[in-house]
Design a protein around this ligand. Structure first.
Ligand code: 13P
Length: 252
């Protein structure tokens, strides 16, 4: 979809201290000095850094996202953070249903769906992650898994503005393994068909990111595949130079 503005987002996961502000500052300064148009850029640091980082990105191209939220706006939920709190700290988006949260915290599609509704309530864009495990791919059920996740994790009312889908094959995360271009094309095509069937024009305009071992060296090829509208980047987003190398896939 040529009229879909791609989104390259960095998921810092459980990495980063106050001192990591220097990487963000390098990213902001370089993008200010050499603007890249036609692509949106986001960093999703740990929630502890959102407030400090929001001052650093002010007036720049870089937007901030969070990595999870609770379903309720406030209340007796020790250790949890609401979408409202994340928005208050400077986030404009939140990653939901990442495979690491599904594996570490038993998150199911219905939880992801409720969290996406909470994100919208707080004015955040939901970045909803889907993707098959290695076993599921080997069993030949990738498309069934992704279709089921899309159906159950995306609430009614999703629009191109309030929702981004991230296709992240679990076996490609942090492994250096990447699916073939043909496989990425097939899964992204199926995701597009599902989104269009359910949400019409909004579904046709929704960003579908690819995630899993995206690096400066493979970004251009991955980002040029049909229906790949940006990337959700883990390890390579921690260093400004690497992340800039991925954003550069969109330089003409
Ligand atoms: P890597 O880029 O480190 O493989 O991580 C991908 C990811 O999980 C982004 O959410």
């Amino acid at each position: 979809m040529s009229n879909v503005q791609p989104l390259v987002a960095g998921n810092w996961k459980m990495n980063g201290l106050k001192s990591s502000a220097s990487e963000l500052k390098t990213l902001v300064d370089k993008l200010n000095a050499e603007p890249v148009s036609g692509v949106d850029v986001m960093i999703c640091p740990p929630a502890t850094l959102l407030l400090a980082f929001s001052a650093l990105v002010e007036g720049s191209k870089v937007k901030l996202g969070a990595q999870d939220c609770h379903t309720e706006a406030s209340g007796a939920h020790t250790g949890d953070l609401s979408a409202e709190m994340l928005a208050d700290s400077g986030a404009v988006a939140v990653i939901l249903g990442h495979s690491e949260r599904r594996a570490d915290h038993g998150e199911l599609d219905r939880h992801v769906r409720a969290k996406a509704e909470a994100a919208w309530r707080a004015g955040l864009m939901a970045i909803i992650c889907v993707g098959e495990t290695e076993g599921q791919r080997k069993a030949g059920v990738t498309l069934d898994v992704v279709r089921r996740q899309l159906k159950n994790a995306i609430p009614d009312g999703a629009t191109a503005a309030n929702t981004v889908i991230a296709y992240e094959p679990v076996w490609a995360i942090g492994t250096g393994l990447v699916p073939t271009a043909e496989d990425v094309k097939q899964v992204h095509g199926v995701i597009r068909d599902e989104l269009a069937a359910r949400f019409g024009d909004e579904g046709r305009g929704m960003r579908i990111q690819y995630g899993g071992s995206v690096k400066p060296g493979n970004a251009k090829e991955l980002m040029s595949i049909d229906n790949v509208n940006g990337a959700l980047v883990g390890g390579a987003s921690l260093k400004a130079e690497d992340f800039l190398g991925i954003i550069a896939a969109y330089k003409s």
